[in-house]
Design a protein around this ligand. Structure first.
Ligand SMILES: Nc1ncnc2c1ncn2[C@@H]1O[C@H](COP(=O)(O)OP(=O)(O)OP(=O)(O)O)[C@@H](O)[C@H]1O
Length: 785
């Protein structure tokens, strides 16, 4: 869900707050009195809102609570304002202890882009004298806050380590998610998930402990678990796994992942780029269908594939089709001793939808057509790029999932979390690195896969959730020769395993090594400097191939095919010019125009500049205009300053920022503005924006610019928006000054968008060191399942 949609809907969180007249922000606020005087607190909120530190929404909540309960302690109101503010920063709740320990850092205030002239009181000033017991004592009020279920708008949750303050809706999401996942992991009949697996030929025994769906005898069984119980096909699971995976000398984590995900009604497969998540899930689907068809030859499982954005869905669509075509279908069908080859082939889906479409999004409401009362009609749901799914959407998915259905999440736990509140995948995978499989799980896995697990992955105290998660650990895209892979690995090294100095040395060791796919560009930190203009301009125009070893020539991919040298934006603009259909009418010769648009879009995907920030000269807003002007000076684009900044022009690449079902456009889609002949006025042309589709009959969606309301120019894209996309050559720009936004996760996410070439730009030397040692701390209570 996009940010603006979120803001639009959030007021129903606390009821219809009366929109009082908006007083102008008071010039002075007594920061200290704001802790004990409601009037002063409201005045402080006004100043923060006026400065853009709090949202209107946060202030509306505080005013509403103060009106509803005039006796509410000001510290409780302050907590509510900050809990609401934290939602806008991606946190599900306010961590009271962390806020007191480092107020400005915990609240990310002042925000990105604030120049700090005449600032309102900082949170650190306001909270300077407040103690934890005093704040905790104030978090009590009979109608505003409770410790759990109820009708109060706020919920307080105390644990050994901290007190967390939630807005009720988000507390409820967390509870639902926790419960739904636990239900899928915990048997209802009192048996243990990890019950004994007696021998390889009785591998199905312990899966009978996993419940799902209710049967007449009271146990809950999914179709897949009934199939696994089918004694007429002994050893089907190990045989099918051996058919899908070639024997290896080292532990094959993909095979492990496949077995574990088949075993549970809830599974997570996490791994970095190119570790084979897609490959594994295609084999998992083939495995599940084989098990199902062995038992019910005419009743394949209903499987759906989904991703959080249209872009991610399209990418999975592409890669999954290729993987399905190389499955050993005949060999699998033979295991079912029935003529099921055709069913097997036909029952593995390749079409990927967005989560919004799957759930049935409806305009102007955050409620979906599918929910607990109207569940989805499916047996297996796979969600790719799950790191981008926020807590609200994940809760909606789990609520709409029938009890017997299996859910498999795929994603990279180390990537940035969703822009919206919640880092569900990261929270679920907190312990994935060390696996924590119980000896029972390890035994079951050995029986199913023939692979013993090394001791250090075992833990007699492993939790049920640990047993459902597999981390893929070998990248098949980035080998030891790949600087991108090595850099990702060095950046991702967990902080508890090395000092900051060691991390800096490791990262710079990779950058200095001379890998063929890496270019490290360091600027002087001054956006106005001529010299920097030259280096940055050269990069965005040509891609600076000379800066790579051998000028980017002579590289081949793992299949031996040549890799095109790195390019900049000139590449797609040249394609636009060179391949423009000549003398053809737009409507009558659509095929030619579609081919042209397809070529331009494909050329565009060869290069993308990413920036960590939105505002300022180094943020996407400043960079977009700067790049458009640079390309104009090269005669690659045309238009006045005003047009380049605010208007439409041929060659303008745009990013969709909100789903538009009417136009069949999804948040994250990229289109390019092209001039096509105007059918009504011969000799004239008009602008249309070309978006790629997955429909071979209509490969390009041509949209009039005037119909596009939620788009932005995308010469520079924020790293957040780039999630789920990949570009042949990615240039990641880090701004010159330290910023809480610059974290290890952000740098990792940015560099792993690069498929073949990476240019890492430090606007000022040293900023990379600062970023890779800062980790995102998303506050939530989702753990311990
Ligand atoms: N076990 C394997 N042996 C050899 N090559 C493999 C193996 N698994 C995957 N690959 C290859 O590695 C590449 C990446 O695989 P895949 O697309 O499945 O990874 P992914 O984790 O889904 O990647 P992404 O990060 O793009 O989502 C593909 O070309 C695939 O064919």
């Amino acid at each position: 869900m996009s940010g603006s949609q979120h803001d639009h809907h959030t007021p129903d969180l606390f009821g219809d707050a009366p929109e009082a007249d908006q007083p102008s922000a008071p010039a002075q606020v007594n920061a200290h009195l704001a802790l004990s005087d409601t009037g002063e607190l409201l005045a402080l909120c006004e100043r923060w809102v006026a400065r853009g530190w709090l949202r209107d929404l946060d202030r509306a909540l505080v005013r509403f609570l103060a009106t509803e309960a005039p006796d509410a302690p000001p510290l409780l109101l302050l907590g509510a304002a900050l809990a609401s503010h934290q939602l806008g920063r991606g946190h599900v709740c306010l961590d009271i202890n962390a806020t007191l320990n480092a107020p400005d850092f915990a609240l990310s205030l002042p925000p990105e882009g604030d120049d700090l002239t005449d600032p309102p009181p900082l949170p650190s000033e306001v909270l300077a004298t407040l103690t934890l017991p005093d704040w905790q004592a104030a978090l009590n009020h009979p109608t505003l806050i409770s410790q759990g279920p109820g009708n109060t708008p706020l919920v307080r949750s105390d644990s050994e380590h901290t007190t967390r303050l939630y807005l009720r809706r988000y507390w409820q999401y967390e509870q639902t998610l926790h419960q739904e996942i636990a239900n899928r992991l915990t048997p209802k009949d009192g048996d243990e998930l990890n019950s004994t697996c007696r021998s390889p030929s009785h591998w199905w025994f312990d899966t009978s402990a996993i419940d799902s769906g209710t049967e007449p005898n009271g146990t809950c069984r999914s179709p897949i678990h009934r199939a696994m119980d089918d004694a007429s096909h002994p050893d089907l699971l190990p045989n099918a796994l051996n058919t899908l995976f070639q024997p290896t000398t080292t532990l094959d984590w993909q095979k492990t992942a496949c077995a574990l995900a088949a075993r549970n009604r809830f599974g997570v497969i996490t791994g970095g780029p190119g570790t084979g998540k897609t490959t594994t899930v295609v084999r998992l689907l083939a495995l599940l269908q084989t098990l199902q068809l062995a038992q019910s030859p005419t009743q394949p499982l209903r499987i759906r594939l989904a991703a959080p954005t249209g872009k991610a869905a399209a990418r999975l669509n592409e890669s999954i089709a290729g993987q399905v075509s190389v499955l050993p279908i005949d060999a699998l069908a033979e295991l079912c001793d029935d003529a099921v080859t055709e069913q097997l082939q036909a029952s593995i889906p390749t079409e990927v939808t967005t989560l919004h479409r799957l759930l049935g999004a409806r305009p102007d409401t955050r409620h979906f057509r599918h929910n607990a009362a109207n569940p989805l009609a499916l047996d297996v749901l796979v969600i790719d790029e799950a790191s981008m799914v926020d807590i609200e959407m994940m809760t909606a998915v789990l609520s709409a999932l029938p009890a017997q259905a299996q859910l498999v999440l795929l994603g990279d736990k180390d990537q940035l979390a969703s822009v919206e509140a919640g880092a569900v995948l990261g929270d679920l995978c907190r312990r994935a690195e060390a696996a924590h499989y119980t000896p029972e799980t390890a035994q079951w896995l050995e029986n199913a896969t023939g692979q013993p697990l090394p001791e250090h992955y075992l833990d007699t105290n492993g939790q049920p959730l640990d047993q459902a998660i597999t981390m893929l650990r070998v990248s098949h895209r980035f080998n030891a020769e790949s600087g991108i892979g090595q850099l990702a690995q060095a950046i991702n090294q967990p902080s508890h395993t090395q000092s900051e100095r060691e991390k800096h040395q490791a990262v710079h060791g990779v950058l200095r090594h001379g890998y063929p796919d890496l270019h490290h560009l360091v600027l002087g930190g001054n956006a106005e400097s001529r010299e920097e203009d030259t280096a940055l301009d050269k990069l965005v125009i040509h891609g600076s191939p000379d800066a790579f070893p051998s000028a980017g020539e002579g590289r081949t991919d793992h299949e031996g095919s040549p890799i095109a040298p790195p390019t900049g934006y000139r590449h797609y603009l040249n394609t636009l010019k060179a391949q423009r259909p000549q003398g053809l009418a737009f409507e009558e010769d659509k095929k030619a125009y579609n081919a042209w648009a397809g070529a331009v879009l494909s050329a565009y995907s060869h290069f993308q500049l990413l920036s960590a920030l939105r505002k300022g000269p180094w943020g996407v807003e400043g960079l977009n205009l700067r790049i458009a002007k640079t390309l104009r000076s090269e005669k690659l684009l045309f238009g006045s300053d005003h047009i380049l900044e605010k208007g439409w022009y041929e060659g303008r690449p745009v990013l969709v920022t909100q789903n538009d079902y009417g136009l069949k456009l999804m948040n994250g889609d990229i289109g390019i503005t092209l001039a096509v002949p105007d059918p009504r006025t011969p000799g004239k042309s008009l602008l249309r924006v070309a978006f790629p589709t997955s429909d071979p009959e209509k490969p390009i969606n041509w949209v009039l610019p005037s119909r596009l309301h939620a788009v932005e120019t995308v010469f520079a894209m924020t790293v957040h928006k780039s999630q789920g996309s990949e570009f042949l050559h990615t240039a990641l720009l880090l701004p010159p000054t330290p910023n809480p936004i610059l974290t290890r996760e952000l740098v990792y996410t940015g560099i792993t968008r690069a498929r073949e070439w990476l240019t890492l730009i430090e606007a000022k030397r040293g900023i990379l060191n600062d970023a890779v040692t800062r980790e995102v701390m998303r506050v939530s209570g989702l753990k311990g399942i």
